[in-house]
Design a protein around this ligand. Structure first.
Ligand code: ADP
Ligand code: MG
Length: 794
């Protein structure tokens, strides 16, 4: 699309960078390193990053040559510029993306606002930081690594550096945690300026399907899960219907009847049964749609999710809305108490917080629409340094899984006999185990990678290019590690990649093929496909089965089938995009609330005094009081000022400050003004009798505590709202619209409730009583007075 036009412009810049090569080489080390200070100066004097791009790239390029002996190729300069421009650079595996990033990192680090390099695991974060550190040390750019088990102090130091290497998960969790701190100085991050996401498709697309969640307190519903599970297991296939394409399951008429009998209900669909209905639904999905060792594995009594695209185990990730517990019930492991969400964000909305965002990966073009629509990033294909000579062969198609695996093992044997290294790509751990067993029977030595232990697997896969090496890997396993060919392997065809089935996305297939034939190496790739593969079964496999039955153990190379596989993949890619888009649509609603709350919270944390916030809250409450005390008599609506005055007396208002008779004669807006003014005065009077330092602390702590508590309840409420929204009868509205409307009501309600709660707590401070106690006691007393049920003044 736009690649050619953009590349033309970038090539001009690359030319200019290359033209500086000699000048840069003539500089002494000191002179070259001194460029950093010069650039910083020029930026202070008003030049922009774009103004100094060419020179800065030339400097970083030369520094790389001198310090680590790698001279970035022109295509790497192109990639670097794409990254600086905030787009996705699609560069094939082995093209040297780690080094490519050095130049835009250097340029953007000069601004001093921070550059984050995001990798998929901590092993890669550390590795890449180590690889590039000498260059940055030389240039006087500080670099840090942020890891999961670091103390806040360590994390803060890592984020304070010009450049920070870390993982997507850690970065997101740090962000959420930073918005839960009690004091501004406890934050570890210092803003989100520029980031480069490595393996961008994996992070920004695949992982973006599950939001980041920090959980808090819990509630125990174990019996309900067990009952729903037992009920589901009692069903026969006629009782439910599964739509494999969308992975939805529903009870049939007989199923509904059984449910009503089992749980002794009149009507399962009654709104009062909606929680049970939700549980049954989850139990059905757990038992009949989600498969052990495919969607999840059981490891040490825990359910661990498997990424459907990559086969990688997603430790710590859980299904939401009770599905996880339903699966735990199914597998008879300990049922985790359902936790409440304390903080949450989707990756999509997290990444959007950056001033500038860029990504690099070997495979992104097929997902360009998503990158553009969700992240506003274009995908630019960068030409390879040397042309690719890998042979990508057409798929072999078999009738059965058995025939497929048998033939696959034969090809492995043949190639292995010649000494050719082979990488077998599997879709999940299950298939890996199966192939491994078959290889063992044949006496073929091999290694298995499941993306469990990154450092060890990186070491194994780096040897996958040696003579006679046979390596079995799920898709993410060893990603990011170079497979270097042993001397002589070139002559026997390089690395051979064999795929055991086509994956759900074309991107993952391409990623697998791309493991071979790097930097102009010879290489080979072929996918083994059978009609019984999940992908084909999901899209009309039953019909094909008959047609292909006559094949026996033989295979065909069917263009027709290959085309329909591609179509099926496109369809799934589309469905998955929709699912992520849907997730995002809903998260966008919370995102607005989150931004408002986090901004308010930051304001509290950074203000010398929170009095102006309290003043506003007095107004909010005053306005609400008029609502609370408005009454309807006959057709007439009026405000019961007598009740208002009595109800707030001595709590919010000093006795005798307001006369109901006077209020009656005023306009409502005037009354609001008057009440909030008098109430605030009353508060100021009380607080003036307390030590300024102490009351400041109390106000601060009270605000934070109330904010956080209500916010947590709000997001919990929203997730319930979301789960049940389709059950509600909104005739004209689609569920998303209904959700948006309800959510915004809940949000205004929360704002009002927060104001009420804060004022209740602060106005209940009795200076006479409190003076005699020690300082911490006062704080404890106020915070402990926090009533669990929401009450309102009045
Ligand atoms: P990618 O992430 O694109 O798959 P890597 O960054 O892992 O690739 O680099 C692959 C290999 O290429 C590494 O061994 C690296 O040292 C090497 N490499 C990268 N750039 C250059 C270069 N300009 N000259 C020589 N070798 C390079
Ligand atoms: Mg890489």
């Amino acid at each position: 699309m736009w690649d050619r036009k953009i590349l033309r412009k970038i090539r001009k810049q690359v030319k200019a960078i290359l033209a500086l090569e000699k000048t840069m080489q003539e500089l002494t080390d000191e002179q070259l390193a001194a460029k950093t200070e010069e650039f910083r100066q020029r930026l202070t004097n008003g030049e922009t990053l774009d103004d100094i791009l060419v020179e800065a790239f030339a400097v970083a390029r030369e520094a790389s040559r001198r310090v680590i002996g790698l001279h970035p190729y022109p295509v790497q300069l192109i990639g670097g510029i794409v990254l600086h421009n905030g787009d996705v650079a699609e560069m094939r595996t082995g093209e040297g993306k780690t080094l490519t990033a050095v130049m835009p990192i250097y340029l953007n680090a000069l601004s001093g606002k921070g550059v984050h390099i995001i990798t998929v695991n901590e092993y890669l974060a550390q590795r890449d930081a180590e690889l590039n550190k000498p260059i940055f040390d030389f240039l006087g750019i500080s670099i840090g690594v942020n890891l999961r088990d670091y103390t806040p102090q360590f994390k803060r130091e890592a984020y304070a550096k010009d450049v920070t290497y870390t993982t997507n998960a850690e970065l997101g969790f740090d962000y959420l945690r930073d918005n839960m701190v009690r004091s501004f100085k406890d934050k570890v991050q210092r803003g989100l300026n520029f980031s480069i996401v490595d393996e961008a498709d994996s992070v920004m697309i695949d992982e973006a399907r599950t939001p980041l969640i920090i959980s808090g307190g819990s509630k125990n519903r174990t019996p309900l899960y067990q009952a729903s599970d037992a009920f589901s297991k009692s069903l026969v296939p006629e009782d439910y219907k599964i739509d494999w394409e969308s992975k939805q399951i529903a009870l049939t008429v007989t199923g509904v009847r059984k449910a009503q009998a089992y749980f002794n209900l009149k009507n399962l669909f009654d709104i009062e049964n909606s929680e049970l209905f939700h549980h049954i639904q989850n139990a059905l999905r757990a038992n009949y749609v989600f498969k052990l060792d495919v969607e999840y594995v059981v490891k040490d009594g825990e359910i661990v999710l498997v990424d459907q695209f990559t086969g990688r185990l997603m430790a710590g990730r859980v299904y939401s809305d009770g599905l996880h517990q339903a699966i735990q019930a199914k597998e008879k492991v300990n049922i985790q108490q359902e936790t409440t969400t304390v903080a949450t964000i989707t990756y999509q909305n997290f990444f959007r917080l950056y001033n500038k965002l860029s990504g690099m990966t070997g495979t992104a073009k097929t997902e360009e629409e998503e990158f553009v629509k969700i992240y506003n990033m274009r995908v630019i294909c960068i030409p390879t340094n040397k042309s690719i000579i890998r042979e990508d062969m057409p798929d072999y198609v078999f009738a059965t899984l058995n025939a497929k695996f048998k033939a696959l093992i034969n090809e492995v044997k043949e190639r292995n006999d010649k000494g050719q290294p082979i990488l077998i790509g599997t879709a999940n751990v299950d298939v890996s185990e199966r192939i491994s067993n078959m290889l063992r029977l044949e006496g073929i030595r091999h290694e298995i990678l499941n993306a469990k232990n990154h450092a060890r697997e990186a070491e194994i896969i780096s040897k996958a290019g040696e003579f006679h090496a046979v390596t079995l890997a799920t898709n993410m396993a060893g990603r990011g590690t170079d497979i270097k060919l042993a001397p002589g392997v070139n002559e026997i065809g390089g690395l051979a990649v064999l795929g055991t089935e086509r994956n759900e996305a074309r991107r993952i297939d391409n990623q697998l093929r791309g493991r071979a034939g790097r930097q102009g190496d010879p290489g080979f790739s072929r996918f083994y496909v059978s009609i019984e593969d999940d992908l084909i079964m999901r899209f009309g496999g039953e019909k094909l089965k008959k047609i292909f039955a006559s094949l026996g153990d033989d295979f065909i190379k069917s263009k027709m089938l290959t085309r329909s596989i591609t179509r099926a993949q496109q369809k799934i890619e589309g469905l998955n995009f929709d699912a992520r888009k849907n997730l995002l649509d809903y998260d966008n609603v919370i995102a607005q609330h989150r931004e408002a709350m986090y901004a308010q919270r930051d304001k509290i944390l950074t203000s010398e005094s929170v009095l102006d916030i309290l003043k506003t809250m007095h107004r909010t409450v005053a306005r609400d009081l008029l609502k609370i005390f408005s009454k309807v008599q006959g057709r007439e609506q009026y405000i019961d000022y007598q009740a208002l005055v009595t109800g707030t007396q001595n709590k919010l208002l000093k006795q005798g400050t307001l006369e109901p008779e006077v209020l009656k004669k005023m306009l409502p807006e005037e009354v609001i003004d008057l009440i909030s003014e008098k109430a605030f005065e009353f508060y100021l009077e009380k607080r003036a009798r307390l030590n300024e330092v102490i009351i400041n602390q109390i106000e601060y702590a009270t605000l934070l505590q109330v904010f956080d508590r209500f916010w947590t309840e709000h997001i919990d409420g929203l997730s319930k709202l979301r789960a049940g929204i389709h059950l509600r009868g909104y005739a004209q509205l689609n569920p998303l619209q209904a959700y948006i409307e309800e959510a915004s009501k809940l949000f205004s309600l929360m704002t009002i409730n927060i104001a009420h709660q804060v004022l209740i707590m602060l106005h209940s401070i009795d200076p006479d009583q409190i003076q005699v106690r020690s300082e911490e006691k006062i704080l404890d007393t106020v915070l402990a007075s926090n009533p669990e049920t929401k009450t309102k003044i009045g």
